[in-house]
Structures are given as C-alpha cells and as structure tokens.
Write a protein that binds this ligand. Structure first.
Ligand SMILES: *Cc1c(COP(=O)(O)O)cnc(C)c1O
Length: 396
C-alpha cells in the first residue's frame, strides 16, 4: 500500500503519485480522439462562416482541461472558454498564442490585472465589471480585449436592459476597450419545443443588432441542435464534446468519451437471506455471489446509485446491491461464471452498455454532474482514439 504513495517534504501537502493501474481501485479511460471527433461533428454542423469553440470549465467537465485543450488545439480549435480567472491562468500556457481564452465569469473585483496580464479575455457580465475593465484600460493606456454577455432571459449572468441602456448613454465606455465577442446563454436549449428558445433568440438578435461588427455567440451544445438561426459566429459547446447527449430523448449523436471500470477487490458466496452492506441495505433472495469493488461516493459514484445502478461484465448486467460506501460498492455477480471474476478483474460502470447519461438518469441528475464529479483517485488513461495511449496520469 505505502509504495503507492510518495510523500513530499513534511508540512507540504502529500503528493500522491499513483503510477500504475495496478494500484488503483478503478480505471478511467478518456478518449481524446472521440473528443476531437465530437468537436469536428459540431463544427461541421455550424452555420456558414461560424466557428466552433470548446468550453473547458471545471477541468473540462472533470476530464482534464490540459489534455483536452491540447487535443482540440491540435485539431484546429482556436477559441476556448473557462469559468474562472484561475482556470484561465492554469490553461493559458498550454494553448497556442493565437488561441483566444475567454473567462465566462469575467474578473471578480481586484482580479482584472491578473486577467489581462495572463492574456485572458474576460466576458464582462455587468456594468460594474465593464467599468472596472475600462478603468484598467485607462491605467494601462491600452484597449484590452473583452467580451460582453447580455441577459436574453435567463436572469443569471449578463447585462440586462437597464444596464445596456446605461451603456448606450456613455459611448466612451464601449470605445475604451476592444470588444471581441457579444454573447448570451440559453435557458432551455435541451427542450427544443420550449417557446423560450425563440424568445431568447429574438431578444439576443435585437441586442446583437446594435453591435453588427462584433462576432456573436449564443449556442451551447444543445443550442447547436436547435438550428442554424441560433448559431451566430461562434458555437460554445461543452458537454457534447465530452460525450453527453445534447439531444435528450433522442439517440446521442456524439461519440462516447469516458469509460469507467471498477476493480474487484474481493469475492464471496452468500446464502439466501444474507444482508449486504451498511444498514442491511440488501438482503439476498437466493444463494448469490457478491463482488466488492473499489469505487464509492468519494469518487463521484453517488450514494443514491446503490440498489439502482447496474455494472456490466461484457454483456451481462450486474445489479449494484446494497448501499454505496465511501470507497466501495457491492455487486451481485451471480450471473457471471465463477471462474471469470476474481480480485483484480474489471467490471464496467460507464461504457458501451452504460452511458454517462444512463448513469445520470439512474442518479436522478444530468450527465454534467456525473462528469464533473468523477473522482481524482481514479487511474486515468488518455487514449487518442486509435487505442494508443497518449498519456497516463493521476490528477492527484
Ligand atoms: C457551461 C456553459 C456552456 C457550455 O454548455 P453545454 O451545455 O455544456 O454545452 C456554454 N456557455 C456558457 C455561458 C456556459 O456557462
């Protein structure tokens, strides 16, 4: 056990290098070739003249912002979005100099200089944010680049009508910086029937018409599928790049990106009536074989999945029985011949039979939350789509 850990100097945070898949309780495989294919698919759908960006916030939805950004940059992606300034600072040096790295939240008060000094392009979401950016432009005597987000009906981030009117009244403000992008965000893009999509489109088009020279961006993953009217100049997909279904209720047009396999730690045979796990969460109805595997809610395998989700061994579904523990699950593997499952064998938790969206449905959530919760104890392997290992790392 201790050989898996290398401690740094006392007082520093422990640096845990999980160098080998042998050491890990579960293995996460991330297919960068599929990420690139998904980006090319979305780019291929774009309206004439429109480009496709990539949203890399939250560590590229848990999959690793640096390897994902590098794969997409190599494929020709030139526009990237993160949420926070620090995400941008960490990522900037891994991107080509010509790539734009936008910060969706803009700079919080006091972070403007760090944002500019690191070559980040803030999205200004409010008049105070915009005034602070203009003030920095004044101090540095430079028209620094920034985008502006307008609220087209979601009441979350972006300038509202009153702020836009104020902006109109003070034209020097817009003249003081280099306005690179005007954007807004859709509230109901994953519900194509919702009238909200067209209402927001009209609201955004009206505002956008005031800045005809400035590139505009509106569509997230699901927004791409609403139609070309929603595309403007720059698509802004996130989850679809990572294999989440941008068209809920319809077949997923994206390639799967994530495979998660849990390693069996221990096998046991139990009689009918045996209780499994915390709180006697499961009582066997027949003699059963139970496998204990090394993944739990601390790894983002949600506790609510106990008794609901299924694992797979090849094509055989295996019920996850009893409660999900912090570091373990118990799986009824009675359906698999005894000699095929043993300590060290792997069962699929996310894979061909169980997509990220399936698991999300079983957990009562969305693929976004499954992906961004993927734990940092997994042994991670990045493959380039041909099955070749591009790099192996643990994020710990
Ligand atoms: C997260 C986010 C996106 C990407 O959304 P997906 O639904 O993952 O494609 C786009 N724009 C904004 C403003 C976001 O916050």
């Amino acid at each position: 056990m201790s050989s898996a850990f290398s401690l740094t100097t006392p007082g520093q945070q422990a640096d845990i290098a999980v160098g080998a898949a042998d050491h890990a309780g579960a293995l996460l495989t991330i297919d960068l070739g599929a990420v690139v294919d998904n980006w090319l698919t979305l780019k291929g759908m774009a309206a004439d003249g429109a480009d496709c960006a990539a949203v890399l916030k939250a560590n590229a939805y848990g999959l690793g912002a640096v390897p994902v950004a590098q794969a997409l940059a190599a494929a020709g992606c030139r526009n990237f979005f993160v949420a926070h300034v620090d995400e941008g600072i960490a990522l900037r040096r891994h991107l080509p100099a010509a790539a734009n790295l936008f910060v969706l939240h803009g700079a919080p008060p006091g972070a403007e200089e760090a944002c500019a000094a690191n070559g980040l392009i803030p999205i200004l979401n409010s008049l105070p944010q915009l005034r602070a950016w203009v003030a920095l432009c004044g101090r540095w005597s430079r028209r620094l680049p920034a985008g502006v987000q307008v609220d087209s009906g979601m009441a979350r981030a972006g300038m509202d009508a009153a702020e836009l009117a104020e902006l109109d009244a003070v034209p020097e403000l817009l003249a003081a910086f280099d306005l690179r992008l005007i954007m807004s965000h859709l509230a109901c893009a994953d519900e194509p029937e919702s009238p909200m999509n067209r209402e927001q489109l009209q609201a955004f088009s009206t505002i956008r018409a005031r800045f005809p020279q400035v590139p505009a961006s509106f569509a997230n993953s699901s927004g791409v599928f609403l139609g070309k009217e929603w595309h403007f100049d720059l698509l802004r997909p996130g989850v679809a790049l990572y294999g989440g279904n941008p068209t809920p209720g319809k077949p997923n047009p994206m390639r799967p990106v994530v495979r998660l396999r849990a390693k069996i730690m221990q096998m046991r045979a139990v009689p009918a009536g045996a209780s499994v796990g915390y709180g006697r969460g499961h009582i066997t109805s027949a003699p059963s074989r139970i496998a204990t595997a090394g993944v739990g809610y601390a790894d983002g395998f949600f506790r609510c999945l106990g008794g609901t989700a299924r694992a797979y061994w090849a094509d055989t579904p295996l019920p996850i029985v009893g409660r999900v523990s912090m570091d373990m699950i118990t799986v009824d593997v009675t359906a698999v011949p005894e000699d095929l499952l043993y300590p060290g064998a792997l069962i699929d938790l996310i894979g061909t039979h169980r997509t990220v969206d399936d698991l999300a449905t079983e957990a009562g959530t969305i693929s976004y939350e499954i992906l961004t919760s993927l734990g940092n104890r997994y042994h991670r392997t990045y493959i380039n789509g041909t099955g070749r290992v591009a790099s192996v790392s643990s994020s710990l």
